[in-house]
Design a protein around this ligand. Structure first.
Ligand SMILES: NC(=O)c1ccc[n+]([C@@H]2O[C@H](COP(=O)([O-])OP(=O)(O)OC[C@H]3O[C@@H](n4cnc5c(N)ncnc54)[C@H](O)[C@@H]3O)[C@@H](O)[C@H]2O)c1
Length: 213
């Protein structure tokens, strides 16, 4: 259940705060402050306080935050108290690379299925224990394996057609890596990831600092 007025950049930063707190915890730190977290992340302490304030009071003025408690709270807010079953749709270069990223399982995201249209790929293992399935079987498999998240890594021209299939399967969220906007009903969450957009943001920063735009 998400409070609608929370801005997307805040939600992204919450995930970054959670990662930062996990690191502090691993280093045996049990108290922190918005200033310490902000310094570690290269942002302003007021930003940390503002982002956290959407969810109530966490720390005490002058005392700071209990790392364990804040981390637990953020875990809850971010929906990470459970593990998520994830499907890769489009088991090509990117889909396979993502499926094999060890950080997914560490963070509670389990790749349980993969789908492709290419008969040569069907039947091969994408990760140990997960065989690539025919895209035609997607509906049955998504429903039977309690898969709530799909990672979309098909060619751009197949993006919407495959999205429509996912909508019919009752998927709850789509992480869209295709370089296009996909359309889904409001009750299905869509997140776009595109490193070329990030590169363009980087080149903007480089160009504007050089040319003083
Ligand atoms: N977001 C990013 O930062 C980023 C980075 C690299 C690539 N991409 C995009 O990711 C997508 C995949 O790139 P790639 O390099 O892995 O391509 P790829 O060709 O290696 O993989 C695409 C896979 O999708 C399969 N496929 C095609 N149509 C399908 C369908 N209807 N249903 C199911 N599977 C289908 C293909 O058989 C293939 O295995 C592309 O859209 C690409 O533009 C995004």
């Amino acid at each position: 259940m998400r409070t609608p007025k929370i801005p997307k950049p805040t939600i992204r930063r919450l995930a970054i705060y959670y990662r930062c707190l996990t690191k502090l915890k691993d280093n045996g730190v049990d108290k922190t402050s918005s200033k310490e977290m902000a310094d570690l992340l290269g942002i302003k302490a007021s930003q940390v306080r503002k982002d956290l304030s959407y969810f109530g009071e966490f720390g005490k003025r002058g005392v700071g935050y209990n790392v364990d408690k804040l981390s637990f709270k953020l875990k809850e807010i971010l929906g990470l108290k459970k593990n998520w079953n994830v499907a890769i749709v489009g088991a090509g270069n990117l889909g396979s690379a993502i499926a094999n990223y060890a950080g997914l399982e560490k963070n509670g995201f389990k790749i349980v299925s993969a789908f492709d249209v290419d008969e040569k790929k069907v039947g091969q293992m994408i990760v140990p224990g997960v065989t690539i399935q025919k895209i035609d079987d997607i509906e049955e498999r998504i429903k039977n394996n309690n898969i709530e998240i799909a990672i979309l890594t098909v060619p751009v021209n197949a993006a919407q057609e495959v999205t429509d299939k996912l909508i019919n399967c009752g998927i709850k969220g789509i992480l869209n890596f295709t370089p296009t906007s996909i359309y889904a009903p409001e009750d299905i969450e869509v997140e776009d990831v595109d490193f070329v957009i990030s590169l363009k943001s980087l080149t903007f920063e480089i160009a504007s600092s050089k040319n003083d735009l």
